[in-house]
Design a protein around this ligand. Sequence first.
Ligand code: ADP
Ligand code: MG
Length: 692
Amino acid sequence: MRPEILFSLYAPVTSLNGVGPKIANLIARVAGDHIVDLLWHLPSGLIDRRYAPKLCDVRTGVIATLTVTVTKHIKAHNRRQPYKIVCSDDTGVLTLVFFHAREDYLRRLLPEGEERVVSGLVEGYGNELQITHPDHVGRLKDLEQLQSVEPVYPLTQGLSLKVLSKAVKGALAGLPELPEWLDKHYITKQNWPAWRDAVLAAHSPENEEQLSLNTPCRERLAYDEVLANQLALALVRSQRRRRTGRSIKSSGDLRQKLLDSIPFSLTPSQVAAADEITADLASDQRMHRLLQGDVGSGKTVVALLGMAAAIESGHQAALLAPTEILARQHFATIEPLARAVGISIQLYTGRDKGTARAAILEGFKTGSTQLAVGTHALFQEGVEFEDLAFSVIDEQHRFGVHQRLALSGKGEASDVLVMTATPIPRTLTLTAYGDMDSSRLTEKPEGRQPIDTRTFPLERLDEIVSAVQRALALGAKIYWICPLVEESEALDLAAAEDRYAHLKQVFGAQVGLVHGKMKGPDKDAVMENFAGSGIDILVATTVVEVGVDVPEATVMVIEHAERFGLAQLHQLRGRIGRGAKKSTCMLLYGAGLSGQARERLKIMRETDDGFRIAEEDLRLRGAGELMGTRQSGLPVFKIADLMAHSDLLQAARDDAKIIIEKDPELQSERGRRLRVLLYLFERDEGVRLLRS
Ligand code: ADP
Ligand code: MG
């Protein structure tokens, strides 16, 4: 249950004066549904209304707040002409201009003969001074209030600054005093205000500097937010640890056999990761580890060694892939290795039906199958394992903390290893996977050739086609990637099909096409032909569809590379350069490259280090848009900025760790205050675990 002290903040915005359902909808678009969301909707600029000269001194082109006497109203002669109100002070004259005005309203607002304060942008019109539609009109007693600095908020179509500002003011007026959850010494050291003062200050910048992300008030609020995030993850982690797993100790014979049967030796980071996994398995705490490594860095072998350890000591293991194609691919790589060392292995995807399905499930249930490879179908209703001790989940960056919890709930006390081929910047690893331990594969296996990456304008397509022709003659296989995004799906699909037709004209039957709208079996057939001998040029639309290992593929052409994100380009390019031969990646860009797109392509030319590319991606785009945050399950911060506040994140991580060590149930005085913080940022999944 949410603490009472937060009730008013979680009231709907419609409970504010002047906010009806229509405005609430607009506010929801920029901020959210609740009053608290308005608190986090911080100013992006300001309007300084402190300039209040006499009319003879007014500079034009700036905002001024002027005290004047209304001289006379001049009605418009027709609809197109404006309504004018002439005003003056003892030094000059000012005309107020209104279009489509209602006379009765203006006569009430600005009665002839009376003194009023008006604020707005002053323009020079010939020799005259005028303000068109003043932002504010008030009485003399309002002068001080009007002559202030007004925050400017991010808006949306249909939502005016005036309306939004009024709502924010309403939200701020009801701001409760919250108990201090931060460490006293830390606040003093940082020179941070209390929470309520911080919110108020963040909404009343006095000058441009105070809009910076690094003011004490913004930093305090950002720290609150990342602390809530880190604390929730730390709680999840400590709760999971307390539900003890089991200690899986193995002699290591099976692992050794595996190592003997693979034709290469492990890289240092593979060895380190494998050791960490074996240690996790041996410990009686539950493993929850992230294995990060670029495509081709050799995660599969590392996972397989862990699975061998579980199997060796009499348990089952499972490997879960996000798509059917990837599950099959994993199976194809692992099966020979597994069989060579006597592990019984089975593929299971949603496609298996009837008696085949029954037989497979029987194998899982009786334990005669030791290693299961498949899609999510593995963790669906009706699938039972005799003794699943270790689950490896491939490419799970699409899932959030909640889903991961659900998955690890399946195997009773199953140890979990999540593998991701999308290197995540360190800061994001902390915020998204802070509940997990992490291993990174940082070097590429020996014998890999670096990929030669070049960029070309799309007009030079003919040259590219000739280059492809030469590569084909040398026996290469070629990926030809066309962009496809949801918003322009039909167009994109047509473009991909056009390209396919075009290439087919040039190269004949050795060209294949695969895209997301095709049926599973059709896709597989094309992929198999590409991996085999039927197809040498594969026109494809997305990452997932090319998530398949074809070592002979040494050329990749990416059309409209400027439309892809860095992470995506990197992921795609990782499909080549897997064999011993030299590979080439050609990035074709369309007209009108933006500065950012240019920079992305430059980074792609410069490096193929996924971790560096991930950091650059974060720098260029900000965390909000990284990897399509909504689908990614990565947390979105409202105040914290992962670039500007990365040091705060690190501090929050340490803080959270110490808090949980000292007070695992959040029972102390500070603990109870921290619960309020978790609820304030809706990171209360951790608190819910406490009570259960
Ligand atoms: P990832 O899953 O990280 O993309 P894989 O595990 O599929 O990478 O490995 C890619 C290829 O590299 C596989 O063919 C694998 O057998 C090979 N490989 C893995 N580790 C090494 C190594 N240490 N030395 C040489 N080749 C390796
Ligand atoms: Mg892999």
